[in-house]
Design a protein around this ligand. Sequence first.
Ligand SMILES: *[C@@H]1O[C@H](CO)[C@@H](O)[C@H](O)[C@H]1NC(C)=O
Ligand SMILES: *[C@@H]1O[C@H](CO)[C@@H](O)[C@H](O)[C@H]1NC(C)=O
Ligand SMILES: *[C@@H]1O[C@H](CO)[C@@H](O)[C@H](O)[C@H]1NC(C)=O
Ligand SMILES: *[C@@H]1O[C@H](CO)[C@@H](O)[C@H](O)[C@H]1NC(C)=O
Ligand SMILES: *[C@@H]1O[C@H](CO)[C@@H](O)[C@H](O)[C@H]1NC(C)=O
Ligand SMILES: *[C@@H]1O[C@H](CO)[C@@H](O)[C@H](O)[C@H]1NC(C)=O
Ligand SMILES: *[C@@H]1O[C@H](CO)[C@@H](O)[C@H](O)[C@H]1NC(C)=O
Ligand SMILES: *[C@@H]1O[C@H](CO)[C@@H](O)[C@H](O)[C@H]1NC(C)=O
Ligand SMILES: *[C@@H]1O[C@H](CO)[C@@H](O)[C@H](O)[C@H]1NC(C)=O
Length: 560
Amino acid sequence: MNVHHLLLGILWLGSHDLSGASERCDDWGVDTMKHKPVYSGEPARIKCPLFQAFLKYNYSAAHAAGLTLIWYWIGRGQDLEEPINFRLPDNHISKEKDALWFRPALLNDTGNYTCMLRNATYCSKVALPLEVVHKDPGSCVSQAVRPEEVLLYLSYTNVNLTCPDVEGYIPVGVKPRVQWYMNCRLVDHFYERHPRGVNLTFGIVREVYGGDYTCVATYQENGRDFTLTRTLRVKVVGAPEKSSTPQIISPNSRVIYELRPGADLLLTCEVDFTFLKDSPQEVWWTIDGRNTDNIVDLRFNVTHEETSLSVGKTKIEKTLFVPKVTEKDLKRNYTCFAHNNNGTVNMQALVKLKAVVPRYTVELACGLGATVLLVVILTIVYHVYWLELVLFYRAHFGTDETILDGKEYDVYISYARNVEEEEFVLLTLRGVLENEFGYKLCIFDRDSLPGGIVTDETLSFIQRSRCLLVVLSPNYVLQGTQALLELKAGLENMASKGTIKVVLVQYQPIKKSKVKELRQAKAALSVIKWKGEKSSYPRGRFWKQLLVEMPVKKTQELGG
Ligand SMILES: *[C@@H]1O[C@H](CO)[C@@H](O)[C@H](O)[C@H]1NC(C)=O
Ligand SMILES: *[C@@H]1O[C@H](CO)[C@@H](O)[C@H](O)[C@H]1NC(C)=O
Ligand SMILES: *[C@@H]1O[C@H](CO)[C@@H](O)[C@H](O)[C@H]1NC(C)=O
Ligand SMILES: *[C@@H]1O[C@H](CO)[C@@H](O)[C@H](O)[C@H]1NC(C)=O
Ligand SMILES: *[C@@H]1O[C@H](CO)[C@@H](O)[C@H](O)[C@H]1NC(C)=O
Ligand SMILES: *[C@@H]1O[C@H](CO)[C@@H](O)[C@H](O)[C@H]1NC(C)=O
Ligand SMILES: *[C@@H]1O[C@H](CO)[C@@H](O)[C@H](O)[C@H]1NC(C)=O
Ligand SMILES: *[C@@H]1O[C@H](CO)[C@@H](O)[C@H](O)[C@H]1NC(C)=O
Ligand SMILES: *[C@@H]1O[C@H](CO)[C@@H](O)[C@H](O)[C@H]1NC(C)=O
């Protein structure tokens, strides 16, 4: 109001020669502060602003002091002030205390109204406009009447929207009938919103409930019907307690700006602000701690963009542009700040010099990578398929070890003479080794001649064999058996002359043996385990393991 006073004070003019009085009158000009069009056909009231804004005393005090309030007006398109005719046939204009009433206002009432307060020695006056408009065709309002904005907080419950500026119009004791419209649609039953006379109660405030709400109040006065139309623009915004410090979306710690000198640096600071009434919303960049507003270097260019989001939120983007950066520019500290009444936050943009990577290094790295990958693949293949690889190699490149070494048998089989072991040797081992792999086996009980001395004959057979295959089982280690003799002879031959190879096949698990030679053999040689039914398949792992230990023989089928 102070500025207003000042402005109007400047407009202070000399006396107007009205009604013959020649004294000066303080003229405050036209007060457009409260200018708001009224609808034709609806009651309107203008209050003389002198008492509210310009003078120290109120109407009653002035009246009591003998000052008189006089109204006159200049109609639209007129240039002469004329007194107001309170005696029109319809009596629609009347004066009540400091106010002028129109019951109702008509289009022709549009004009500037002056109220003058005076006595014989004193005069003061001010004018104010009255604009009467029709409602827009097909609408409940006129675009000329700007609705008042009301903020409702999101998710608040039982909030009242009160039909504004009707109180003073409705006679005491009269209850008006009020109808509520949303965006000019009459709503009988709003969802979650309940009309209660001059109030529209929002059970809960939702974002979609934003819009123009118009209340139309009808009432009777002195037997005449009157209507008042008021509109409020509801804006749904985030509640104050839900508001927070600004959120810097970018820059962030995940994005690194890597540039070569000479490239253009474009840094965008993107900040989301929650709604906070009367709060500043500021975003700025600093370079090495200095606000870009204070940097005179014209190379640094900042642009600003603002977007409205839902429920009163705002997104502000401040883009800092540095054309053709130097190496020094890339070492600077670019930090974005954002501020509202909840606080100030900042985030540094990660700007880096892009390292120059020579081409050959890339190629070298690729080559090395490929080599490492190949080695890894080969290692895996070797570990999974080594048996197959060895057999494949032997089948294709190995020399036949069974030719010209003066031996008669490929394999001498040593086993406990027991039904189960015998069956394993004669049926399983013999079947596969002889029939599938083409080895020549020596099985004492099958190949020895009757009547010979067992010991001599055993040793002779073993000497004539390239390999001693020992079938281990609990019965094998019983003292004094022929089997133990065979084992000792084989091991001795292997150790002293190296002309025979000993292969251990564990047919059944045995406990820690008392026989010294067997313990030594088990420690020194690998033991191929028979896993029952699982091992019987001739192309399975058991036979491959066995085959690897056997002398190389070119007739073998298995191995590819
Ligand atoms: C007018 O002002 C006087 C004192 O200046 C005060 O007593 C009186 O209540 C006021 N009247 C109104 C209607 O405000
Ligand atoms: C309004 O004023 C015009 C001329 O000023 C007049 O012709 C017209 O009849 C008036 N209308 C009403 C409703 O008073
Ligand atoms: C009222 O006065 C103002 C200021 O002198 C002028 O601009 C406006 O047109 C007037 N209004 C009417 C309806 O004459
Ligand atoms: C007129 O009003 C002024 C201001 O209230 C007062 O000072 C003055 O005495 C009054 N003059 C007469 C003649 O009443
Ligand atoms: C809203 O108005 C209703 C009646 O219209 C009243 O009962 C209720 O107390 C009011 N709510 C608030 C928060 O003022
Ligand atoms: C309307 O709501 C206001 C506050 O929201 C409350 O004070 C008033 O009593 C209510 N009026 C009616 C008529 O319910
Ligand atoms: C932000 O400020 C508002 C109003 O001052 C307050 O209600 C709200 O709790 C504040 N939010 C935070 C996160 O401090
Ligand atoms: C960059 O500047 C900001 C604000 O001036 C400061 O908070 C931050 O610590 C600086 N960063 C480095 C790495 O110096
Ligand atoms: C700032 O940079 C933009 C491009 O990002 C350009 O269009 C604009 O003209 C520049 N403004 C100044 C003042 O250099």
